[in-house]
Design a protein around this ligand. Structure first.
Ligand code: BDR
Ligand code: CA
Length: 312
């Protein structure tokens, strides 16, 4: 199985992404690193511990990352989307585990330097930790096998502002550092996540799949209520879980190598990922931008893996 790290800010779809990874034999979740984002760092860390415990995997180390963005603190959290405590108002049982004593970048660097096999890193929150890794441990960062980022948008505009997707908006300077680093990066942006919607019918299929399925369904149903009232959509956009699907099964998404620039200016486009869609890039620093998705197949993959929690 491919060694995997999830860098995350749980977060409803983050929680789902972690549960998906733990249900997938193709990957071996070796480390979770936490970051500020949807809610504050203390809460994302607590949520990460609790989600792992829910799945019976409190053995997976959780290392605490950045509490704030590199340059400009995030203007507001996303409690209105994810609930004040980040998991849609659902309170999961506390984990007996405590956090790893190492800061996230140290834990990440240790794993990258000691792994015999290339490590996949799924970054599904603001990119602060990955930017810090590049700055502090460039040799370790250079060993990343694949970096799958949920973030940005090539053609759909933003979801926080007209221009910016949340994870890039939350720390544009970090995203700029990561996107120009020349790492083997896949950008899973709103282009592919917005059309990938988990409906109540899908949720109902795993709602009886043991404790994990029941809790996941409860968390998602809160999000469903938000989606209905805010966007009028009849389903949950599971951004981070789609990024994990690409991390678990490379090639799930159709990608095209593009030059990508992150707008870090103070204007209305701050946090925009400016994707040059005119040509396929030959640059070694190009990003594999996800432009095509079979959404029904991706949702089926997610649902079937969650249903399997009912077997054991
Ligand atoms: C991203 O923003 C967060 O709210 C979600 O968890 C996801 O990572 C989507 O824009
Ligand atoms: Ca997230």
């Amino acid at each position: 199985a491919t060694p995997l790290v999830i860098d995350t800010d749980p977060g409803i779809d983050d929680a789902l992404a972690v549960l998906l990874a733990l249900a997938s034999p193709e990957v071996d979740l070796r480390l979770v690193t936490t970051v500020h984002g949807n809610v504050d760092l203390a809460q994302t860390t607590e949520n990460a511990l609790r989600v792992l415990h829910l799945a019976g995997r409190s053995d997976v180390p959780v290392a605490v990352g950045a509490a704030t963005s590199l340059v400009v603190p995030q203007a507001e959290r996303a409690g209105h989307v994810h609930g004040a405590a980040g998991l849609g108002g659902v309170v999961l049982p506390p984990s007996p585990a405590s956090v790893d004593p190492r800061p996230a970048v140290v834990a990440l660097a240790d794993l990258l330097m000691t792994s015999d096999e290339p490590v996949t890193v799924a970054a599904i929150g603001p990119l602060t930790n990955i930017a810090l890794l590049l700055a502090v441990y460039p040799d370790a960062a250079a060993r990343i096998g694949r970096l799958v980022v949920m973030g940005g948008s090539a053609s759909r505009g933003g979801n926080v502002t007209a221009a910016a997707e949340f994870n890039v908006w939350a720390d544009p300077e970090a995203a700029a550092v990561v996107f120009r680093a020349g790492l083997p990066t896949v950008m899973v942006g709103l282009d592919v996540t917005l059309p990938t919607v988990l409906t109540e019918a899908g949720i109902a299929r795993f709602a009886a799949a043991g404790e994990v399925g029941a809790r996941a369904a409860a968390i998602l149903r809160q999000y469903l209520d938000h989606a209905r009232s805010s966007y009028g959509t009849d389903g949950v956009v599971v951004h981070d879980a789609l990024a994990l699907t690409e991390a678990i099964v490379p090639g799930t998404l159709r990608t095209v190598r593009r030059d990508v620039v992150v707008d870090t200016g103070p204007g209305a486009a701050r946090g925009q990922t400016l994707v040059d869609r005119r040509t396929v890039s030959a640059s070694p620093a190009a990003i594999a931008v996800a432009e095509g998705v079979d959404s029904p197949a991706a949702v089926e993959f997610l649902v079937s893996r969650l249903v399997a929690y009912g077997d054991g």
